[in-house]
Each structure stands twice: as C-alpha cells, then as structure tokens.
Design a protein around this ligand. Sequence first.
Ligand SMILES: [Zn+2]
Length: 250
Amino acid sequence: MARSDTCPACTGHVQDPSTERPPHWLLPRPFCVAHKRTALLPTGERLEAALDAASREAGFPVEGSGLSYVLNPVSIGGKWIGWVDFAASGSAVYETVFSSTTWAEFLAQHTRDGVELLYTLDALTLTGPQAVEPPATHVLASRMLWNWQFEIAVRQQLHARGIQVARSLVEAVAILGDADRVLEIARDMADINAGRVTAKELPKKIATDAQLAAASALPDPLGPEGGEECMRWLQALARRRFAHIAKAGG
Ligand SMILES: [Zn+2]
C-alpha cells in the first residue's frame, strides 16, 4: 500500500487537539484512497460495496450529502473512526480530531464555519487576547441550525423503525426520503404558525399521519423553544470543542 504523508492511518496518528492555536484551526485530514476503500459501515458492510449494490438496485447512483447523516461514523482498518462526506462529487472519509457522536456534531466541530461559530460562542466567556472578533455569526449559525434540525429528523426516522443505524443502504435512502418530507412539512407548519403564509397559499402535499406527527414533534430552530434547545446544543459543543484551550483567568 502506497503510504500517504497526510492519511491518519498511513501516518499512524490523528491530529492532537492540544496543538491547536486559535485562530489556526485543526481541520480534519482525509484518509488516503487505499484506506478509504477499507471503510466499514456500522453494520459491518463495506461502504464502497454497499454503495455499488444500492446504486445497481436503484438504477441510478446513490449519492448526496444527506447520506452522511445515516452512514456515519465509519470504521477504517478496524482502528480508526472516520466520517464520510458526500458533499462534493464523490466522497472522502475524514479523521475524527474532536470526538463526535453525529454528523451534525462532526460538522460543527471540524468545518471552518462551524468552528468559528463555536469559538465565538465559547469566546463570550473569554477575556483578553484570546477574545476574537465575531464572524458573521448569523450566517454561520443558520447553517448549523438546519444541520441540527436535519439530524433530529433522521433520528426520528431511525427511532420510528426501532433501530439505531440503517440496516442497509436501501433503508438509509428511505430514511432520508422520509426525513426530507417531514422537514418540508415542519417548515410549512412553522411558516403558517408565524403568519408568513396561509395554508391556502402552499401547494398541497401528500403526507402520512406518521409524517404529520413527526413534523409536529420536530423542534423549529427559529422558534423560541427550538431556538433555545439548539443554542444549548451549540454551547455544550463549544465547551467540549475548546476544552483543550486554557481560559484566560480561568
Ligand atoms: Zn492511508
């Protein structure tokens, strides 16, 4: 196997959080192509083989960024926890630098936008030279809000099926389809409740009772309760993400 200077498995280590010096964030490194091929899904199935089989069955390539919510984390070489990102054309598997339990958590802690938002939240408790100028917080926050809500919509679907992870890629695609539909309904409901539109103005959507119930139960990150819940999630993540940085005066 050709060794890569940046692949965590080839180099034998992941990056050490304690070496981070804000605002130079530690961003995750991708595993090399050879190690990426060894990625196993939580079911023990090989990721690459599962994608090929599901695409053959569907008759079109199974892809899209939503898959990251149902297929992560993956295992590399039986030793490393990786996160597969389908956002670009194709996919990459990234190392875990800051422990994460869900894709939304991974994104918030390992992407520049997410880290800057979390750092701003954490910096509210900092003083002195470590305090930073807030970035365009609302823009960064809105992306994290939707990631948070989508993650909950996916968890709802897993829970409704009585499972913790999708048992197959075909099931994963079905879960994403249901989660997408529930989100659409939930956002329509939020728009109607906030008086932004009337029910009559929206195109009629066909939904099952289960989808309607799930949509009613989905927290709205722009509403007062959902907003607070989402903020608590972000603040807890921020504390964890920057636990390695000594607080001024703390
Ligand atoms: Zn490698």
